[in-house]
Design a protein around this ligand. Structure first.
Ligand SMILES: Cc1ncc(COP(=O)(O)O)c(C=O)c1O
Length: 397
């Protein structure tokens, strides 16, 4: 038979990240700044092994039945405790759901709230799955101009005039792909625009705990007096991405509907992974674990930045992230960025062209995402020396 698949189900941007990964995969000595995985040495392997052992041996029946639809109660309680006590979010009128990573929510939120033709506003360059999941519902992903502080409120205000707006998708901390953190005044200005046009804000914050420099910036959710923020977090970057455990915290009337849609798609969350996370949280200090992640990421970012400063052309700009996993390198206007990208690949260094993250499907652009979490410090230095020297070849000293 021939399946009639609606066009919206197949809509996606170009997958440059995978392309870089696949081209580099078989090449000995290839250095990848392309893939955005957490650093392997920051995963608390022993604590996770101990948790698995304990759970499997002590009371396996706790794992082997269906669990509650809304997720494991103890994990929900631990998660809520941190949101309220560490991040100062007000739990009144809110619900929390446990999800398959923060990633699952990228699909569930637009599927729950969007009608075809609705507009979802997001940074001009943002997380690929955040763009594609909106397109798959038939809604329109609208890229909004950014500056060094993230989304520009005036540009959002202008876009919303179409009258088709549904929500604003933001990654305010250590944004993927640019590494930018939105300062508090900018967050307040964006909130004001959302309030003026009665949009809600989807605050996607999987990197928020991984600050390695500068001061903490309060989340949108912590000053959400109008009950318009859906907050998503994850244990992927602080404990393990393979466990696939994330969460959403937001107004009860929306989160409960998202929960029902989730249950209709995939039933209960797996108990094994939730209970492993919750046992780890019972047995180790989460603050100390996060400190360790921060230490590793800072060490790797410092290696990347120092080598960049030593070897790269002064005409190339790089963002200086204060946490998270990514930096964003922008080339001068007259440079052939496709040729530069190919030269990097030929010299066995993988970076991701900005087109992979363009909400409006802008072609490659002039920027590249660099991820510093997976390679070792030595490899980062080696790769950044090659990359730096290539920028001088293409842009001059
Ligand atoms: C902005 C953003 N949101 C969500 C996710 C998904 O994270 P998780 O592993 O929790 O599904 C990622 C992962 O790279 C991300 O960068």
């Amino acid at each position: 038979m021939s399946f009639s698949i609606p066009e919206r189900s197949t809509l996606k941007g170009p997958n440059f990240i995978r392309a870089v990964f696949e081209r580099g995969a078989g090449i000995p000595g290839f250095i990848s700044f392309g893939i955005g995985n957490p650093a392997p040495e920051a995963i608390p392997v022993k604590a996770i092994q101990d948790a698995f052992d304990k759970l499997v041996h002590e009371n396996p029946m706790l794992l082997l039945q269906y669990g509650p639809m809304q997720g494991d109660a103890h994990l929900a309680e631990q998660t809520l405790h941190r949101l309220v006590n560490t991040h100062h979010m007000n739990p009144d009128g809110q619900s929390l759901l446990i999800s398959v990573g923060a990633g699952q929510l990228l699909g569930l939120v637009p599927r729950t709230v969007c009608e075809p033709g609705d507009e979802v506003y997001m940074d001009a360059y943002t997380f690929t799955s955040g763009i594609n999941a909106v397109r798959n519902t038939g809604a329109i992903a609208k890229g909004i101009a950014m500056d060094e502080f993230g989304m520009i409120p005036e540009a959002l205000d202008e876009a919303v005039k179409s009258g088709k707006g549904k929500y604003v998708y933001l990654i305010p901390n250590f944004q993927n792909p640019t590494g930018i953190t939105m300062p508090l005044e900018r967050r307040k200005a964006i909130y004001e625009v959302a309030s003026k046009h009665d949009l809600f804000i989807y605050e996607d914050d999987p990197y928020g705990e991984i600050r390695f420099a500068g001061d903490y910036v309060p989340t949108f959710k912590s000053f959400d007096t109008e009950n318009r923020v859906l907050y998503a977090g994850s244990y992927s970057k602080t404990l393990s991405a393979g466990l696939r455990v994330g969460f959403m915290f937001g107004p009860k009337e929306v989160v409960d509907v998202i929960q029902v849609l989730k249950n209709n798609c995939d039933g209960q969350m797996p108990l094994v992974t939730q209970r492993v996370v919750s046992t780890v949280l019972d047995n180790v200090s989460y603050d100390e674990q996060i400190e360790e992640v921060r230490r590793v990421y800072k060490m790797k970012w410092d290696a990347m930045y120092e080598t960049f400063q030593q070897y790269a052309s002064s005409k190339v700009h790089i963002t200086v992230p204060t946490g998270g996993m990514f930096a964003w390198m922008t080339m001068p206007e007259d440079v052939d960025c496709d040729a530069f990208f190919e030269a990097c690949m030929e010299h066995k260094v993988g970076i991701v062209p900005s087109g992979a993250f363009a909400a409006d499907g802008i072609p490659n652009g002039r920027a590249f995402r660099l991820s510093y979490t997976v390679p070792t410090v030595e490899t980062i230095k080696e790769g950044m020396k090659i990359l730096g020297e290539l920028t001088v070849q293409f842009c001059g000293k």
